[in-house]
Design a binder for this molecule. Structure first.
Ligand code: CAA
Ligand code: NAI
Length: 246
């Protein structure tokens, strides 16, 4: 029970890595807010978890919309009274080669993957400061670390998340708040399922472990960084990528 009675907001909780994280967090005793755009998947996961006796609460949110984020945080406080953990996991891709990328696709990816992380963190931090305790985990990507063909917008957003993580580590450490990032490798979710088969094979061939990640592999890294076991890990970017050489 590494997260006994901790209140955790997980964005992008309804699918993929987020839903695997929700499962791990409730198993470890956390009360979890499932913050996601996807109403159907979010509600159905909430119902499933409640039937198993876990404390889970779905709130529909668009992380790119500050008003929507503020309302989500308010509902969390009404429900649970405090917030200990924030996992900034929501993210999208809109891949295209640089010369073909539209302004709209560039902006939307930045709005969700970068401004969304800023919005959620800024809304949650005052509640953590009041407790002098918090764990913030941001989701970067190997694309943000190495760059990736067809991902100008996405790689920029994920590299920016690393910059914000290191900045917040410096600003918030003295207030008892740990800030770290996870940079997952290619992970078997809907996001990767959209890629051309040939490129998935190419990516798998450059992973030393010779397999793509399962969502649970990434969820376990979130769990480590959310637990007391990582209390002296701060401003770190944990690559969970099977040893990728992109
Ligand atoms: N490495 C090197 N060259 C590549 C390449 C790669 N990974 N992918 C494409 N190219 C080359 C192609 O061979 C082609 O070369 P030529 O012009 O010489 O023929 C050129 O780039 C254009 O490629 P396409 O014909 O595929 O161009 P397109 O406009 O039809 O499609 C694309 C472009 C949308 C980017 C498509 O290639 C694609 O979807 N690629 C996958 C992008 C990707 O890896 N996304 C990751 C999604 S998962 C994720 O983002 C999670 C995470 O954090 C890692
Ligand atoms: P996914 O597409 O399976 O799930 C993403 C979730 O985010 C969905 O439930 C979706 O509804 C939600 N979401 C999207 N936009 C939102 C918004 N504006 N507001 C609230 N919720 C929103 O994706 P996956 O693979 O689980 O990705 C999770 C995170 O991991 C993302 O940040 C992604 O960029 C990152 N990542 C994924 C990798 C992969 O290979 N799958 C690799 C590296 C990083």
């Amino acid at each position: 029970m590494r997260l006994q009675d901790k209140v955790a907001i997980i964005t992008g909780a309804a699918n993929g890595i987020g839903s695997a994280a929700v499962q791990r967090f409730v198993e470890e005793g956390a009360k979890v807010v499932l913050a996601d755009f996807d109403y159907q998947a979010g509600k159905s996961l909430e119902n499933e978890l409640r039937e198993q006796g876990y404390s889970a609460f779905f709130v529909q949110v668009d992380v790119a919309d500050r008003k929507s984020v503020d309302a989500m945080v308010e509902q969390t406080i009404e429900r649970f009274g405090e917030i200990h953990i924030l996992i900034n996991n929501a993210g999208i891709t809109r891949d295209a080669m640089l010369t073909k990328m539209t302004e709209e696709d560039f902006s939307r990816v930045l709005d969700v993957n970068l401004t969304g992380v800023f919005n959620c963190t800024q809304a949650v931090v005052p509640h953590m400061v009041a407790n002098r305790f918090g764990k913030i985990i941001n989701t970067s990507s190997v694309s943000g670390v190495y760059g990736n063909v067809g991902q100008t917008n996405y790689a920029a957003s994920k590299a920016a998340v690393v910059g914000m993580t290191k900045t917040w580590a410096k600003e918030l450490g003295r207030k008892g708040i740990n800030v770290n990032a996870v940079a997952p490798g290619f992970t078997l979710t809907k996001m990767v399922a959209k890629m051309p088969e040939k490129i998935i094979e190419q990516m798998q061939s450059v992973v030393a472990l010779q397999r793509l990640a399962e969502p649970r592999d990434i969820a376990n890294a979130y769990l480590f960084l959310a637990s007391d076991e990582s209390n002296y890990v701060h401003g770190h970017v944990l690559q969970v990528d099977g040893g990728i050489m992109m």
